[in-house]
Design a protein around this ligand. Structure first.
Ligand SMILES: Cc1cc2nc3c(=O)[nH]c(=O)nc-3n(C[C@H](O)[C@H](O)[C@H](O)COP(=O)(O)O)c2cc1C
Length: 369
């Protein structure tokens, strides 16, 4: 199959992004939270790759794009981030324009794992090789997406219904590349011939270098409590690879508790990290047994939003960025206590400069702080 796309590399390393001081609308570095590098309690590695903290940002379609990853990295504490899930078919046949944005990265956007999904071992293997040839250092196989259109084809969480296929697929991908390959699973449904710990062990035997266990079943989607006992059972099942725990980490105390209760080697944060990306550094601090930094001030939160919008404008352009940024506003807005009518107004704006002015005005007035 011919390949047409190359991994897009944008030229906006972190230091080129403007620093907002919303107190006087000047652009200085003063209001930006310093990057925090906590001493590590324990090292974390996948294959030959070492990570400065055992804190992992989950792959989240529609959210963990280049812009957000760089924003999260700039706050410190993040050991490893993931792309949104990628269909190898889309980049191998080179037809999807959108895939260029999904693949977009910069030299600052490291360490990074590229997550792929699909049910055809040969395509998945070709996709992994294609990514490796373009600089990928880590590949993750999605075995947990519960979306009907994906799972019913036997991809994502669909692979858990036929664990034999999941293991064959993983083995093919592992054989196709020389970089580490990991898998992100959910809990295997009851009544399947293989249990979750057995699947994790089989994946290890197939050459997978780490397994993330999102401790919910496919049927649970994103509701209910995650079952941390299942993470512990996975940890007990493997011989030498790390198990990464995922599900329901809402605070640094949760991150510590998950590692303590399950013995997992690292923790992955999903939804809470979208609303509160400062949680990543505070989890790293808690695991490194050092003091957390104080919570971000209102100005820091607003500066973070402005930076995020700037990055999205660089990545997607003036027209698309404000539309794509809309989904972030309600996520960031709660601690800012933006009044609802103002929020509705901001959500209707189509020009990034208009959004910027509203955010800066909020900082100036300290509205409803
Ligand atoms: C909006 C959204 C998009 C997601 N996209 C992906 C994805 O592309 N690949 C994946 O493996 N998991 C995906 N997930 C699942 C998360 O990676 C994570 O496993 C899940 O949210 C549980 O972690 P949490 O309880 O910390 O949120 C997604 C979750 C959400 C909420």
């Amino acid at each position: 199959m011919k390949t047409r796309h190359r991994c897009q590399r944008l030229t906006d390393p972190i230091h080129e992004i403007k620093r907002y001081d919303t107190r006087d609308n000047a652009l200085t570095a003063d209001s930006v939270t310093p990057v925090y590098s906590p001493p590590m309690r324990s090292s974390f590695s996948i294959g030959q790759m070492c990570f400065t903290t055992p804190i992992i940002l989950a792959p989240m379609a529609g959210y963990t794009d280049l812009s957000f990853r760089l924003q999260a990295r700039a706050l410190g504490g993040l050991g490893l981030a993931h792309t949104e899930m990628l269909s190898p078919r889309s980049f191998l046949v080179g037809k999807a324009k959108k895939v260029a944005q999904l693949l977009a990265t910069t030299p600052d956007d490291k360490p990074l794992s590229y997550q792929i999904y699909g049910h055809e071992p040969a395509i998945m293997a070709d996709g992994a090789k294609w990514l490796q040839d373009r600089g990928a250092e880590l590949i993750d196989i999605n075995m947990g997406c519960p979306q009907r259109k994906i799972a019913k084809r036997g991809a994502g969480a669909g692979l858990l219904n036929t664990p034999g296929d999941a293991i064959t697929l993983a083995g093919k991908v592992v054989s196709a590349v020389s970089i580490p390959v990991t898998a992100k699973i959910r809990l295997v449904p009851d009544g399947t011939e293989t249990s979750t710990p057995e699947l994790v062990r089989e994946l290890e035997l197939a050459g997978v270098a780490a397994v993330t266990v999102h401790a919910r079943t496919c049927a649970q989607m994103f509701t209910g409590h995650s079952n941390w006992d299942a993470i512990r059972e996975a940890v007990e099942a493997v011989k030498s690879i790390p198990v990464i725990g995922n599900g329901d980490i809402h605070s640094p105390a949760d991150a510590v508790a998950m590692m303590k209760e399950t013995g997992c080697s690292a923790v992955m944060l999903g939804r809470t990290a979208l609303k509160d990306p400062w949680l990543l550094r505070n989890c790293a601090a808690a695991l490194g047994n050092t003091e957390e930094l104080p919570p971000p001030s209102r100005d820091e939160r607003l500066a973070f939003m402005l930076n995020h919008l700037d990055r999205m404008t660089l990545q997607y352009g003036e027209v698309a960025a404000p539309l794509l940024f809309r989904k972030w506003i309600p996520l960031y807005a709660k601690p800012l206590r933006i009044p609802r009518p103002l929020m509705v107004h901001i959500l209707r704006l189509k020009n990034p400069d208009e959004v910027r002015s509203e955010l800066k005005a909020l900082a100036r007035t300290g509205q409803s702080a």
